[in-house]
Write a protein that binds this ligand. Sequence first.
Ligand code: ZN
Length: 253
Amino acid sequence: MRPYILAETNWENMNNAKIELAVLPWGATEAHNFHLPYATDNYEADLMAAESARIAWENGSKVIVLPTVPFGVNTGQSDIYLNINMNPSTQFAVLNDIVDVLNRQKVYKLLIFNSHGGNNFKSMIRELGLKYPKMFISLTNWFSSLDRSLYFDDPGDHADEMETSLLLHLKPDLVLPKDKWGEGKEKKNKIKAIKEGWVWSERKWSQISEDTGVGNPKLATKEKGERYFKAVTTRMGALFSDLCEADIQNLYE
Ligand SMILES: [Zn+2]
């Protein structure tokens, strides 16, 4: 039983616990190229948050990891079989209820540990900040926490070299053999500004990728995944400790 994982701990432990920081991992359930499991984002969120919390806990930080929310925003993938979309308005309702519990029980620090590119929590955090002024709500996208080019050769953003390497390290039994890996080739938008990246529009996933991947997984290895996992969780472990120690009444230098 890991005392920093809410799903594993018990009332005996929690009855008088003084938790400083709650961490809420948030994933998605969606196809990841041909070869990775639908719960890829959830496994990444679960295992990274848990390992980061272990590091922080062993450093004396009172952190608790909540169960991972398994559904994300998949509005652009509505025609991809059994991608389970959770609308932003539903996510807001879920987040509101969790924040309400934490606020009532005086756990005033929350970190959303986001694992899915389609999830956007910033505007929700602004609105909840007004509603719950005692709460300090923060957000990290673990996949943007480090310069990925130091760990991987081929950039991508979905079921790519990075995610395939991570799953080869974390859940090797759930990765299909290499001859099943699609190329993750992305068709770019014909509108120049969108292609250049200074105008955003949601991608219609089934039209931009044949295999649902974006980014070629070909150069993925278990070793790359392990090295990146260690680097991310070391950084996140230090972040969890920093957040535990922060005086939220006196945040600015
Ligand atoms: Zn993913």
